[in-house]
Structures are given as structure tokens and as C-alpha cells.
Design a protein around this ligand. Structure first.
Ligand code: M6R
Length: 615
């Protein structure tokens, strides 16, 4: 939640900051603001409720000169979206400006102390307390900004990535991190900072991921300095980014979400590259091979995740239990972290997260670590917090996902889980060789089948407009496709704001069937796979008997459900366990096209943010 960006160097800071904010807008879009030390040595703070485009409009007649500045795009936690609550916040004297991503938990106590010392507050945010505290400590201790930030943060409880600038010192930005992401870009005589690398990649590929409890000073004329809160200098590792600028652009698509849906054949190929070898019938997942003994002896696997990643985890449970015969539990990270779970030394916790920054998932990782349990990460964003706190793991290699509604990250997560299941099955000898080989070939064939599946987009676009009248949808699926139904419903909810529920198809009779009438669209994931087909046909009969309108996702060539359904979308045949990778695509496209007809902002749906770094 919230995106921060900063620049110090020889160029004009404003264009860099605005472009950076646009790249980070997926993290929050309630309000935006920036602070510059202008060429006339003023500390100019401009901020407004609304999006980055509103901020651009707001500064049209303002002084935006200066080669150093910080900027912020907000997802509101404390205090409603408003001009006053927008960042940057500035200190009582007007000498300091600060941006913050995270939550200051003990802000009431800190604020009370500051009020007693004559400070007044302009906003309802937790953040403002930080900038006032830093100024108070600078004045009372007679120390510089860098030192004052270190000292102030020893009093702070909570999560933060901050950047502070000072009117009287246009040569330094001080930044710090605890539990919220912060990346420093190292240019030639210039430095950048961001919540992720997306605002930086255009200027330099050299970055440093700041560690928890580190404070960084970026000065024009010297190397960056990294210190911990006890004023001990820390070494830092410069990493070369693999991301490219084109991955952050829409590439001719009207929305990132549509681009990301269409990227899936490519991302799944990337995800399997170097891991799947059909000729040799092999799956190589180094995270599992390197920890072979642990995976051989695992008593249980506990998957922790949130949202779409949790849905991927459910499919992972089916895959791992079926192939590798290890019991798997799938937990919401937010529940797991607070319920004192029973954990054994030989358990493995698998944390799934696109962003690698989700606060609840990160806390679940810490809980498992604190109980000496081996933690394996399945993450997309390289260098993010979760992969840095897990013992081992596999990246999903889906590339940057900008649309707030997760699409390509989901299929990449399911693919990694399928690879894990197969790799474990191989090591544990739980699958007969012919079946293993058949599955490896089946998985390798999925990207080409995804390409075929994507051809239904125009058809879905045409019939989606029929459903914009609906206020509710039901999604049904069985077995491997039950989580697909959940995911389809989530996609529709989050971008079209239509209420939707996903259920295991057989559960319908236990309550949801009461909702079905001629107004209710029911999306049924009904591929022609042996184990469930007849049962799903019966469920469709039950819906039709109550006049529900059925949209069926069927296997190409199926004639039975074709006859029964009001609308049908065909997907290519595939092994039952890999059907979710195909069946989810029409559901993503349906959500997208319905949202477009309803004129929703699909890439930045209301109230949401891409990475949820608060609980
Ligand atoms: O980055 P993560 O995968 O940890 O994020 C988890 C959820 O916040 C995320 O999947 C969310 O549900 C998406 N908006 C769904 O499209």
C-alpha cells in the first residue's frame, strides 16, 4: 500500500518523480503529492486528493524546479483520502518534508508527547507524527537529519519505508525501512529510491534492496551510506535488475490487466524454462532438490497466502496430495498468524505471494520461522521481503504484474505448485513412471493450449454485455476447478463491483440454490474430465430446473453441456489436474469485459491496492 519515490542528482526531479508515481500508482491511488527543494531554496510541498493526474494538474502554475525531491501515492489507512492527509507531511517549522509507506502503531503515544511539547498537527494520519518527531529530536539534540532519523526510529513501533528531505540541505535525502519495501537506484552521480524498482529501471539497473532497520543517506557528492539504528555502518550489495522497461508498459493493450491475461502463454513458458525437460522427462526445481531430505521427510505442508494466491494454494493442495501423497493444509495467512497453530519440526510452510510484500503472509513466514519450521516461498517479485525471509523457494517468473486484479501471477503460481508436486513425487517415488511422464508432457503443452483458449476473447466480449444487468453471480466448480470458481468470482467482484460467490458445485444444494432464479447467472466450470463430469451435468440440471442462466466452461467437443447451457465457452482438452490453468482464462476475460462495459477502472479498482502491506 502506498508508493514512494525519490530522486537526487543533476536532473530536474519533477518529471522523474511524476513518472515514478505513475508506475507506483497500482499501490494506491487515493491521493498523491510531492516535495521539492526548489532552485530558489524553498521547500515546496504539493499534494492533492485523487490520482497522480490530479497532482499534475494541481502543480501546473507552481514552482516545480529543483534537482531533489520525494513523492508519494497513497492508499489510506489512518485518515480518509483528503488534501490534508495526503503525503508529503511537513514539520511544524516547515523545514522538513516526509513520505511514508506503512503504519506507525504507537503514533497516539508519540503524538501526545509532541502535543505536550507544543506541536500541532494538520492531518489525521499516523505519518505526520514521524516528521514532527524527527524535527523535535533535531532541535532538542542539536543533531543533523541523518542522525535524528536514526534516533527517532528507535522510538517507533510499526512498519515503514520513509524518505525525508530538508529545506536547508538540498544535498541529501534520508530514507529508512522496516517491514515495508524500499529500493535504492544507483546512477552516475544520482540516486533514486522507490517502493519497488519500477520508477528506477528507466535510469539505472543497479539497485540495493534496503534491509529492515536500516537508514540510508543519499548525497549528491558521495556514495550512499547505510546505517542501522545504533549508528553502525552496514555494507550493501548492489544487484543488477533483470526487469525491462517494456514490461512496465501497456504494449498496445488498453489496460494492463488485458495485457497480462494475454501474456500468460509466455509467462508460463518462462516459469517452466530450465525446469521442465520433456525430452528427458525431468522436472528440476532447485529449491526442492537442494532441500531433498526435508521434502522427503515432510510430515505435512502448510500453505499460507491471501486472496488470489490463496486460491492458487488450494489448487496446490490438490496437486501435492494427489502426486506426492503429503497432506497439505491451506490457510489464510491472516488467520494462521494469529491462531497459535500446531507446528512440527518436520512440517514445511509454503508462503505464496505475487508481491512478496503482503503483511499477513510475511507475518505468517516469521511465525513459522520462530517455531523453527522450514519455510519455502513461491513469489513473483524478485528481491521482495518474503523471498528474503524464507529458507528457500521458487520464483514464478511472471514478470511485473501491474493490474491490481491478479491474472498471470495466478497461473504462474499454479504452475510452480504443479512443478513442486511433480518434483516431490519424483523424489518420493509416489507416481508410476508412465504417469509422471504423461503429466510432464501435459504440463509442457499448457502454454500452446492457453494460446488457443485466448482466442475466445472476442466472443466473451460480445456476450459479456448481456450480463451487466446482474447484481449477483454464482460460480461453481468441482475438484481442481472449485478454486477456479472462487478465483472467477473474486475477479468479477474486484473489478466490476458485482457481487459474486464461488462454491464447490455440490455445495449448491446446501443453501446457495435458494438464490437461483431467472435473474441469476451461474458460471459453471464443467470440463469433460472423467471423475467429475456426470456430477457437474447433474448440477447444471438443478440450476436449469430453477431457471438459472448457465454460462458453462466446457471442453471443446462436448455436446451434452453445450445443449443445456445458455452460453458456453470452449477450452482445449487437458489433463484434469491442469485444467485450472486454462479454465481460469475465460473467467478473467469475462470479468474484464463486464467491467469495461460497466465503465470501471479495471487496472485500479476502487478501495484496492496491489500489494497489501498493512494487516
Ligand atoms: O501479492 P500477494 O499475492 O501476496 O497478494 C495477495 C492478495 O492481496 C491478492 O491476490 C489480491 O487478492 C488480488 N487483488 C486479487 O486479484
Amino acid at each position: 500500500m502506498c508508493g514512494i519515490v525519490g530522486y537526487i542528482g543533476a536532473r530536474d526531479a519533477y518529471p522523474i518523480l511524476i513518472k515514478g508515481l505513475k508506475r507506483l500508482e497500482y499501490r494506491g491511488y487515493d491521493s498523491a503529492g510531492l516535495a521539492l527543494v526548489t532552485n530558489s531554496d524553498q521547500l515546496a510541498v504539493y499534494k492533492t486528493k485523487g490520482k497522480v493526474a490530479d497532482l499534475e494538474h494541481y502543480v501546473l502554475d507552481k514552482d516545480i524546479t529543483g534537482s531533489m525531491g520525494i513523492a508519494h501515492t497513497r492508499w489510506a489507512t489512518h485518515g480518509e483520502p483528503s488534501d490534508a492527509n495526503a503525503h508529503p507531511h511537513y514539520s511544524q517549522s516547515g523545514h522538513l518534508a516526509l513520505i511514508h509507506n506503512g503504519i506507525i502503531e504507537n503514533y497516539p503515544v508519540l503524538k501526545e508527547n509532541l502535543v505536550q511539547n507544543g506541536y500541532t498537527f494538520r492531518s489525521n494520519t499516523d505519518t505526520e507524527v514521524l516528521v514532527q518527531l524527527i524535527e523535535y529530536i533535531m532541535f532538542t539534540h542539536g543533531i543533523d537529519l541523518f542522525h535524528a532519523v536514526q534516533l527517532s526510529l528507535t522510538q517507533v513501533v510499526g512498519a515503514y519505508a520513509i524518505a525525508v528531505i530538508e529545506r536547508n540541505n538540498p544535498n541529501a535525502i534520508v530514507a529508512a525501512r522496516k517491514s515495508s519495501p524500499l529500493v535504492i537506484g544507483i546512477g552516475e552521480g544520482e540516486y533514486f529510491l522507490g517502493s519497488d524498482a519500477s520508477p528506477i529501471i528507466e535510469y539505472t539497473k543497479k539497485v540495493v534492496y534496503v534491509n529492515d532497520d536500516e537508514v540510508v543517506c543519499l548525497r549528491r557528492d558521495r556514495e550512499p551510506q547505510f546505517y542501522n539504528l545504533n549508528r553502525v555502518e552496514k555494507s550493501h550489495r548492489i544487484i543488477e535488475l533483470e526487469m525491462t522497461l517494456s514490461q512496465l508498459e501497456k504494449g498496445g493493450y488498453p489496460h494492463f490487466m488485458l495485457k497480462e491475461i494475454f501474456e500468460q502463454p509466455h509467462t508460463i513458458r518462462e516459469c517452466m524454462r530450465g525446469r521442465v525437460n520433456v525430452e528427458h522427462n525431468s522436472i528440476t526445481l532447485s529449491g526442492i532438490i537442494d532441500n531433498r531430505e526435508r521434502f522427503l521427510k515432510a510430515r505435512r505442508i502448510i500453505i499460507v497466502a491471501c486472496g488470489t494466491s490463496w486460491h492458487a494454494g488450494l489448487i496446490g493442495k490438490y496437486l501435492i496430495e494427489s502426486f506426492a501423497r503429503v497432506p497439505v493444509e491451506v490457510e489464510y495467512a491472516s488467520e494462521f498468524r494469529y491462531r497459535n497453530p500446531v507446528l512440527y519440526d518436520d512440517d514445511i510452510v509454503v508462503a505464496i505471494s505475487q508481491s512478496g510484500e503482503t503483511a499477513d503472509t510475511l507475518a505468517a513466514v516469521e511465525l513459522a520461522r520462530s517455531r523453527n519450521v522450514f519455510v519455502y516461498g513461491v513469489c513473483n517479485v524478485v528481491g521482495s521481503s518474503i523471498p528474503r525471509r524464507t529458507h528457500s523457494g521458487s520464483y514464478t517468473h511472471a514478470g511485473p504484474e501491474i493490474g491490481v486484479a491478479s491474472t498471470k501471477a495466478f497461473t504462474a503460481q499454479v504452475t510452480v505448485l504443479a512443478l513442486m508436486a511433480l518434483c516431490m513425487a519424483r523424489e518420493r517415488k509416489t507416481l508410476p513412471q508412465p504417469e509422471f511422464e504423461h503429466l510432464v508432457a501435459g504440463l509442457a503443452a499448457i502454454p500452446a493450449k492457453m494460446e488457443e483458449t485466448l482466442q475466445v476473447s472476442d466472443f466473451i466480449k460480445k456476450f459479456s454485455c448481456i450480463f451487466t444487468y446482474a447484481h449477483n453471480f454464482i460460480y461453481l466448480g468441482r475438484g481442481y476447478n472449485f478454486p477456479v470458481a472462487l478465483e472467477g468470482a473474486l475477479k468479477l467482484k474486484e473489478i466490476s463491483y458485482i457481487h459474486a460467490e464461488g462454491y464447490p458445485a455440490a455445495e449448491m444444494k446446501h443453501g446457495p440454490i435458494a438464490l437461483i432464479d431467472q435473474e441469476m447467472p451461474v458460471v459453471v466450470v464443467a470440463p469433460n474430465n472423467k471423475s467429475m463430469y456426470e456430477k457437474v451435468v447433474s448440477n447444471i440440471h438443478e440450476i436449469k430446473a430453477r431457471k438459472g442462466r448457465v454460462v458453462a466452461i466446457i471442453t471443446r467437443g462436448d455436446t451434452v453441456i453445450k445443449e443445456m447451457a445458455d452460453y458456453f465457452i470452449e477450452i482445449p482438452p487437458a489433463e484434469e489436474c491442469f485444467v485450472p490453468l486454462l479454465a481460469v482464462i475465460p473467467l478473467q476475460l469475462m470479468a474484464y469485459h463486464i467491467a469495461i462495459v460497466k465503465d470501471r477502472n479495471v487496472d485500479q479498482p476502487r478501495n484496492l491496492a496491489k500489494s497489501v502491506t498493512v494487516e
